[in-house]
Design a protein around this ligand. Structure first.
Ligand SMILES: [Zn+2]
Length: 875
């Protein structure tokens, strides 16, 4: 998936406590007994779309592998109406277990080994948030008989297929599927496979049968139906389609073009052609707090802002994100769908790989976006988290559904992607791709563990892949390379380097050893590769003399720690570094200074070395750093001095890009402009705030005169600075929104105000019943970014109401996500108390991580700001 930051694929994030290193190839965890396993499912169902229930029947071709008196499969929130095994005289006894989400069929006599047919009828619930079979409501297109429309979709990862059909709901138990449905005749149905047959039924209904799927995991099954339109194109023999609400086809053109260029690229990269006859990307209105898109095989689901370009609201940044989410989900059609991890332990094989592949493919087609450079802040952010309590190894033991839901985190996605990048950089692009092709060829339609990938790559290279890979994937934490000394002699630089463990929390400072590939260069010279391991100094000789760059090119997952002389030398040449190395130095220095490894003045001095001509991505990173650090100063007397300094760094950058887009400027410059205006706005720059107000009046008078980027930036900034009158105007705009995407954007902005009283109004609005249930939690999240403690108290107090708006499997992960900007230690106690009362003990990773973050922010605030004060006073 893709979270928000991820696809559940696209994204989410978190984990376990002290993690023992465990075997490289963990045993496959079979939760269900394997005495009986499925081969093929025939599922037929009838939704009651108004009543939000459905009836289903399933016939499963099973194999009895050994004599047994029970068949155990998964079911959750289903009522079993009948169960029978063909050729069995007596009906089995049916027992449901809600806790482990199983249905057990018990027979009087042992079943003999061999093929059998199992038939069940049942009924269940259509949810209103994205799990199982769910409905999303939206404003019907103009001219519709009813003001509201409703569409159906499914979301089964990680373990919610069992809410739709009794099944062996584990990724390692693959089978084929034939799905059919009885639906109103005016709805367009979509599943993994094309429609094979449609027949009219009485009462305005249709019976739709989809073609038989290839062998696949249950979590990848998909069904959707609604008042849809589909735009499509044949690409290398595959019917590629974008499915949208009626009226939205113009907004799908970008996604169709992107998918049409990505599919041939992946066919080539993976060496195994996409195996299904069609590939649909399906857009649904609304939102989830936990994911953006899901890679169902042949029928990828997206919340529409991750797929469609609405000319009124979609910005350059949205366009880049849409492309990368498409690239991520389409990569999963191979990595995840064709070859699937045997169990959730190896989820990173899906998500880390898809995230890395998305960067690679997006960069290939859009080099001007500098995707790898843009990915570095994310890598550094996950390193911060990987250095705190609650981190986990990339490969981690997962025992059950709740733990699996926790595994969709930044470690899995972004550390996973960074490690793959580091390994590719180490073995070389060609050998790595050859290994991936071999892996696809050898494991298609099957399941794997991580070592299967290393083995395949290992056959294509002489480089020692497994040792390096195991160190990265089987132990948590961040390696740090230290420059101990550096001497120039005879036109060469002799360095002494070692490797330690960069850790933030005291109890995670145990010595840890990696076999760490590192590239080192004297500025302007080609880098030298070395493997650095452990605290014993390693000599490394590099060509040339001058400023030395550690992790040159920034492809390694590590922190670079310079000696003070080394730091002074590289800082003095900041303007001459590549953008990657500039960005790496900014991020490493901020982290090491905040953690007391280096003086705060290193970072603050460095910010003054950034030239106004710096790459826009580096400038955006600096902007976000300075804006983000403002939370440390909240409620402190020196906040005005900090803000004045930060504005002093940013204003020359802003003077260079200006208020208005210039003809021919890069997309990244447009994004930088919006970042700078947002930061200056939030840092209280009076000129910027006044200009935003003036522009807001112009916007209200003539909205069409603003581009989507100018509009998005403007509304975001006036929402942050909103008084009651501006907030009321934004609320009126929600009511007049021309699309679901616009409505969703505006609702979120209503939660963004800095003002305490306005923020309270937004919280009340979220639970007023006026806001659609999938959007209301987003208003609270938005308020939490500026008022984390208030939003947390509010969410705890109203938990009964809020939890009903969240996906059932992920709901408990919502609260910790509200506290990312809290520096108040009371937040730690509140989260712990909530977890103790509501969260199963083995599913509290998000709580451990969130509390570690709050403690870290509080510690930086308490211990590091005095140095900043002194530095500011000396300016
Ligand atoms: Zn994914």
């Amino acid at each position: 998936m893709t979270g928000h930051g991820f696809a559940r694929c696209v994204f989410a994030a978190l984990l376990v406590f002290a993690l023992p290193t465990f075997a490289a190839t963990p045993a496959k965890r079979v939760v269900l007994p394997d005495a009986v396993t499925p081969e093929h499912y025939r599922i037929d169902f009838t939704p009651d779309i108004e009543g939000l229930t459905f009836e289903g029947s399933v016939e499963i071709d099973v194999k009895v592998n050994r004599a047994t008196t029970t068949i155990v499969l998964n079911a959750a929130d289903l009522v079993i109406d009948s169960a029978m095994l063909a050729d069995e005289a007596k009906l089995p006894k049916v027992t449901l277990d809600d806790k482990v989400q199983t249905v057990t069929l018990t027979f009087d006599q042992p079943l003999a080994p061999g093929p059998r047919k199992l038939a069940l009828t049942y009924h269940g619930t259509i949810y209103q948030s994205a799990s199982g079979l769910f409905a999303l409501d939206y404003q019907a297109p103009k001219g519709s008989p009813k003001p509201q429309a409703r569409a159906l979709f499914t979301q089964f990862e990680n373990s919610d297929a069992r809410r739709f059909v009794p099944c062996w709901d584990e990724p390692g138990i693959k089978a084929t599927f034939e799905l059919s449905a009885n639906l109103p005749a005016d709805l367009l149905p979509i599943s993994n496979m094309p429609v094979a047959a449609t027949r009219k039924l009485a009462g305005g209904l249709q019976h739709v049968a989809f073609a038989k799927s290839p062998k696949m995991s249950t979590y990848l099954l998909f069904f959707g139906a609604g008042d849809f339109e589909r735009v499509h194109r044949m690409v290398q023999g595959v019917d590629v389609g974008i499915v949208v609400k009626r009226g939205d086809t113009a907004n799908a053109a970008y996604a169709l073009d992107a998918t049409a260029e990505l599919l041939p690229y992946y066919n080539d990269y993976f060496g195994t052609p996409y195996p299904l006859p069609k590939l649909d990307l399906v857009a649904g209105p609304g939102s989830s707090q936990f994911f953006g898109a899901m890679e169902n095989w042949g029928a990828i689901f997206y919340f529409e802002r991750f797929l469609l370009m609405d000319p009124k609201v979609s910005t350059q940044s949205d366009k880049q994100y849409v492309y990368s989410v498409i690239a991520h989900e389409v990569a999963h059609q191979w990595f995840g769908d064709l070859v699937t991890m045997a169990w959730w332990d190896d989820l990173w094989l899906n998500e880390g790989f898809a995230s890395w592949m998305a960067n690679k493919a997006t960069d290939h087609f859009n080099p001007a976006w500098k995707v790898w450079l843009q990915s570095l802040p994310q890598t550094h952010s996950v390193m911060q988290r990987d250095a705190r309590d609650g981190t986990h190894a990339i490969i981690q033991p997962i025992e059950d559904v709740a733990q699996a839901a926790n595994a969709f985190d930044d470690i899995t996605y972004y550390k996973g992607a960074a490690v793959i990048r580091a390994l590719e950089s180490h073995v070389g692009e060609a050998a790595f791709r050859a290994g991936v092709r071999r892996y696809m060829r050898e494991h298609k339609y099957g399941n794997t563990v991580t070592d299967d990938l290393w083995a395949a790559i290992g056959k294509e290279t002489a480089a020692p892949v497994p040792q390096i890979a195991h160190d990265y994937t089987l132990q948590a934490g961040v390696p740090m390379v230290n420059m101990l000394s550096s001497k120039c002699a005879g036109g060469k630089t002799k360095l002494s380097l070692n490797q330690t463990h960069f850790a933030i929390d005291e109890d995670s400072t145990a010595a840890r050893v990696w076999h760490l590939p590192v590239k080192v260069a004297v500025l302007g010279q080609a880098p030298t590769g070395a493997i650095i391991s452990g605290e014993k100094p390693s000599p490394v000789t590099v060509a040339g003399c001058g400023a030395v760059v550690l992790n040159a090119g920034q492809a390694g997952y590590l922190r670079s720690h310079y000696s003070s002389e080394g730091f002074a030398a590289v800082m003095a040449r900041f303007a001459d570094l590549t953008p990657d190395d500039q960005l790496g130095l900014l991020m490493d220095t901020q982290s090491l200074a905040s953690n007391g490894v280096q003086p705060m003045s290193n970072y603050l001095d460095l910010t003054k070395q950034v030239p106004v001509s710096v790459d826009p991505v580096v400038a955006s990173t600096l902007t976000n750093q300075l804006q983000g650090m403002d939370i440390y100063f909240n409620g402190r007397p020196n906040q005005p001095a900090y803000r004045a300094y930060a504005r002093g760094v940013l204003k020359p950058l802003f003077a260079r890009v200006g208020w208005d887009a210039r003809a021919g400027e890069s997309d990244n410059t447009t994004i930088l402009r919006n970042d700078l205006i947002a930061a200056l706005n939030d840092l209280g720059d009076p000129e910027v705030i006044a200009e935003n107000r003036a522009r807001f009046e112009k916007y209200l008078a003539n909205p069409a005169s603003f581009s989507a980027d100018a509009r998005g930036s403007l509304l975001r900034n006036v929402a942050v600075q909103a008084d009651a009158a501006v907030w009321e105007r934004l609320l009126q705009m929600v009511k007049g929104a021309s699309s679901e995407m616009e409505r969703q954007q505006l609702y979120k902005l209503l939660g963004a105000a800095q003002d305490d009283a306005i923020s309270q109004r937004a919280l009340a609005l979220a639970l007023s019943g006026e806001v659609p249930p999938t959007l209301a939690p987003g208003i609270i999240s938005s308020a939490a970014s500026r008022h984390p403690e208030v939003a947390l108290d509010f969410a705890i107090k109203n938990w009964d109401q809020i939890s009903k708006m969240l996906e059932v499997t992920s709901a408990l992960q919502y609260l910790p996500r509200l506290t990312g900007n809290s520096t108040d230690l009371a937040t730690v106690d509140k989260l712990n108390a909530f977890a103790a009362a509501h969260v199963p003990e083995n599913a509290r990773q998000d709580y451990v991580l969130a509390t570690a973050r709050v403690r870290y922010l509080a510690k930086v605030r308490a211990t590091r700001l005095p140095e900043v004060d002194r530095w500011l006073a000396a300016q």
